[in-house]
Write a protein that binds this ligand. Structure first.
Ligand code: FES
Ligand SMILES: [Fe+2]
Length: 376
């Protein structure tokens, strides 16, 4: 392994013989700092939705994995992303979200146009050989999958479409040409390393234990783990937490038009390395962004999309789904601090993973190890 900071651990290919990660991956601040550089500094990761940038001049800020970024739509409507770091002395050039023609730093009021060019700098006339173009904002790559916005710090990274593999095609009917309304947003915080949350999303082994409401569907779940994702699906039947089905009282406007019979009878979940989780059902899409904020503290943001119709946006339709999903989230989140505490105790020895139910976990752990081992 590189740089001497990491414990000696290699990728494992065979789920029948594989072990979980050692505790240092969840507790060591040095490893956490490496993850910020080598995972979030190099991978495509999700930052939000195009719904947050409805028109030219709209912007919002995020600091996923503690990296300040501003997302905006320039005057032509093109999506852009910049580090939210002023080129003078590192002030914030935006906070929160809003609408602007120029972004003005909150420290000494240098201002930038929506293409990142420095346009104003008070009292800098005396500065000799002051190169305005050298003080433009630093851009990131930005791209979208459906309404989901991803960024990559590495301007030479592979295209997002390559990173996503065959998933855009397989989720096309949910995300393309659908008029999706952002119906609900929720933020959760948990005292646990970010990977503990992602790992929970990538396996269903815990479902009968932690989620009694999902236990009836446990046997039906199928999993595929490859590339940068773990894909899980289960027959819809009446999976109330994600959706309703073709019940007799169902209003047709609460269901996405154009779904195949298979899509009408299933709930599909895909978890992308490193921080994005998407769940699609016939009448709703949930998206989760995982946001590391310390080695043992994680922010989770949930977005809920439905067909942009009165029936779908009615509280009668939304409330039961949101309440049930919130319950499942809380069931996951309540156990994670218990895991974090046990990792921090120094008394955990890596254990064998479940070969049938934790293949996604193995993929995720391999991607973490691979990223941390990459040069640069
Ligand atoms: S830090 Fe931005 S203007 Fe000084
Ligand atoms: Fe769970």
């Amino acid at each position: 392994m590189n740089n001497g900071l990491l414990p000696t651990i290699q990728q494992q290919q065979n789920p029948n013989t594989a072990f979980s990660l050692p505790s240092s991956f969840y507790t060591d601040p040095e490893i956490y700092n490496l993850e910020k550089q080598k995972i979030f500094g190099k991978s495509w990761y999700c930052v939000g939705l195009t719904h947050q940038l409805p028109k030219p001049g709209a912007y919002f800020t995020v600091d996923i994995a503690e990296c300040p970024i501003v997302l905006l739509r320039d005057k032509q409507g093109t999506l852009r992303a910049f580090f939210n770091i002023c080129s003078h002395r590192a002030g914030p050039i935006a906070r929160g979200s809003g609408q602007a023609n120029l972004l003005t730093c909150l420290y000494h009021a240098w201002c930038f146009d929506l293409e990142g060019n420095l346009k104003g700098a008070p009292e800098m006339k005396e500065a000799e050989a002051f190169d305005w173009s050298a003080h433009a904002l630093t851009p990131l790559l930005v791209s979208t999958w459906g309404c989901f916005i991803f960024v990559n710090h590495d301007l030479h990274a592979e295209p997002l479409a390559t990173y996503l593999g065959d998933m855009p095609e397989r989720f096309q009917n949910y995300l393309q040409d659908q008029d999706l309304a952002l119906a609900h947003r929720a933020e959760y915080w948990v005292d646990a390393n970010w990977k503990l949350f992602v790992e929970t999303n990538m396996e269903n082994y815990h479902e009968p234990t932690l989620h009694p409401s999902l236990a009836p569907y446990y046997k039906e779940i199928e999993t595929e783990a490859k590339g940068n994702y773990t894909y899980q699906w289960c027959p819809e039947k009446d999976v109330a937490f994600l959706n309703k089905t073709e019940r007799e009282d169902e209003h047709p406007d609460t269901i996405f038009p154009g779904l195949s019979p298979a899509e009408m009878s299933a709930t599909r979940l895909v978890t992308f390395f490193p921080n994005f989780d998407l769940g699609c059902s016939p009448g709703s899409i949930s998206a989760v962004i995982v946001d590391p904020q310390a080695v043992d503290r994680t922010r989770i943001e949930l977005f809920w999309l439905v067909p942009n119709t009165e029936a779908a946006l009615s509280s009668d339709n939304l409330s039961p789904m949101i309440v049930a999903r919130d319950q499942v989230h809380r069931e996951d989140l309540q156990i994670l601090p218990d895991l974090q505490k046990r990792h921090a105790s120094g008394h955990y020895r890596p254990g064998r993973i479940c070969p049938t139910r934790e293949v996604g976990l193995l993929l995720f752990q391999n991607l973490v190890i691979q990223s941390l081992n990459e040069a640069g």
